[in-house]
Write a protein that binds this ligand. Structure first.
Ligand code: NAD
Length: 252
């Protein structure tokens, strides 16, 4: 039955940036269809942990500053020690810095690129080594509308998300032969901490809201269906794809 293909019982999923926002929503979605969870964040995630345990899933929370790639071996080790495998990796942790490009600092460039792009590559590489041994896996990167559009005042963020789109495709090409699917989800404008400054700016909030065909901003729950699809057997022949969950933003 097709619905059985979406069942993740017995699978182990690692979700980064699972304390709030989209990472929290996706972690809960994966747990709802049966996955045991490894949550990774630089700060504690008691709320997400509790919501997953209520669903009856096993869950460990690993505190790690992901902008430092030296934390990666420890994340893999703890996951393997607890669960013995990694089936799904969702590279969600990400930050944004806003400033005019003429004044943009080296720190705002490096901080964003290190977390949003460099750590995604090296965590994917480390997880893929386990997946190769296991005979396959699913890697899901979180892209953005800025993987397709330039935006304004966010040069390092746009560069990082453009990079995520390319990285998704190159890893998909290389790792398809190991049964590792590498895809991305590109969320539209979602109500999370990341977009709080935009939503507080009356002019920007109004102009963005008016341009969304669905007539509303997205919520973390809106990503549950897409992440479960890309994490499950239902997407076994889908790789290198960037799935937009944007209320029609890009179609406009
Ligand atoms: P958010 O700020 O609520 O979530 C980011 C998560 O990453 C948080 O749990 C945060 O604690 C964690 N995090 C931040 N820095 C970290 C670090 N150095 N190490 C470990 N964890 C860290 O915002 P969000 O909107 O849920 O963002 C999640 C992802 O979605 C990001 O990659 C973001 O770029 C992307 N995204 C968001 C939107 C949107 O409209 N909100 C749109 C497109 C893409």
């Amino acid at each position: 039955m097709v619905l059985d293909m979406f069942n993740l019982k017995g699978k182990v999923a690692v979700v980064t940036g699972a304390r709030t926002g989209l990472g929290q929503g996706m972690a809960i979605g994966l747990a709802e269809v049966g996955a045991d969870m490894v949550l990774v964040n630089h700060s504690p995630m008691p709320e997400t942990e509790k919501m997953i345990k209520v669903l009856g899933r096993r869950c460990i929370a690993i505190e790690a500053e992901l902008s430092d790639i030296n934390v990666i071996p420890g994340i893999i080790e703890k996951t393997i020690k607890e669960f013995g495998r990694i089936d799904i990796l969702v590279n969600n942790a990400g930050i944004i810095r806003r400033a005019p490009s003429l004044e943009f600092s080296e720190k705002d460039w490096d901080d964003v690129i290190e977390l949003n792009l460099k750590s995604v590559f090296f965590l994917s590489q480390a997880a893929a080594k386990e997946m190769v041994k296991q005979g396959g896996g699913k890697i899901i990167n979180i892209a953005s509308m800025l993987s397709f559009q330039g935006g304004i005042l966010i040069p390092s963020y746009a560069a990082s998300k453009g990079g995520i789109a390319s990285l998704t495709k190159t890893l998909a090409n290389e790792w398809a032969k190991y049964n590792i699917n590498v895809n991305a989800i590109a969320p539209g404008y979602m109500e999370t901490n990341n977009t709080e400054p935009l939503r507080k700016n009356e002019g920007r909030y109004k102009s963005i809201s008016e341009r969304i065909p669905a007539g509303r901003w997205g919520k973390p729950e809106d990503l549950k269906g897409a992440v479960v699809f890309l994490a499950s057997k239902a997407s076994d022949y889908v790789t290198g794809h960037i799935l937009c969950v944007d209320g029609g933003w890009l179609a406009r």
